[in-house]
Design a protein around this ligand. Structure first.
Ligand SMILES: Cc1cc2nc3c(=O)[nH]c(=O)nc-3n(C[C@H](O)[C@H](O)[C@H](O)COP(=O)(O)O)c2cc1C
Length: 144
């Protein structure tokens, strides 16, 4: 029996995406993920996305391949994929976060260490650093 699959990728927004486009992406993600048993988190900052998807293997793969076809972003780049025992982001069908908005002191300090929000470049992050960031944002939301 295959367990839960966790997948992390980064991409760049095609052009300066508007807030309403980001909201639209997130609304679709929440709706589809709820139907497909997917949980996760989507970060956006400085024209880049970082997303984690969790769910059963077939659904995570289908969702990721569908996301890769989306013209609203380019260069979808797989950072990490593994089987996990327990979901880490089980609270959210998809939690969207703009990194320039309040997302906790820990996240802000982390971003400063990574080179400030303006330099948020998830395509260049190691998988382990990407997780540090995703988990810090998750903790910030959990404390809200
Ligand atoms: C950055 C980004 C993240 C997305 N995240 C998800 C997601 O988590 N789940 C999902 O079903 N669709 C997500 N989408 C939307 C899909 O690309 C696609 O538009 C949507 O699933 C509807 O697909 P369909 O038009 O083929 O039915 C995302 C799109 C972008 C650009």
């Amino acid at each position: 029996m295959v367990g839960t699959t966790q997948l992390v990728y980064a991409s760049r927004a095609r052009s300066a995406v508007s807030l309403s486009e980001l909201q639209q992406i997130n609304a679709t993600a929440v709706e589809r993920n709820t139907a497909n048993g997917i949980t996760g988190m989507l970060l956006y900052g400085a024209g880049s996305f970082l997303q984690v998807l969790e769910g059963d293997r077939a659904n995570v793969n289908r969702t990721y391949h569908r996301i890769c076809q989306d013209a609203r972003h380019v260069d979808p780049t797989l950072l990490f994929v593994a089987e996990i025992r327990e979901r880490e982001f089980s609270r959210w069908a998809m939690r969207f976060t703009m990194l320039d908005q309040a997302c906790g002191a820990e996240t802000k300090a982390l971003l400063a260490k990574l080179g400030e929000h303006a330099n948020f470049t998830p395509l260049e992050l190691s998988a382990s650093t990407a997780f540090v960031l995703l988990r810090a944002v998750a903790r910030a939301h959990a404390n809200q």
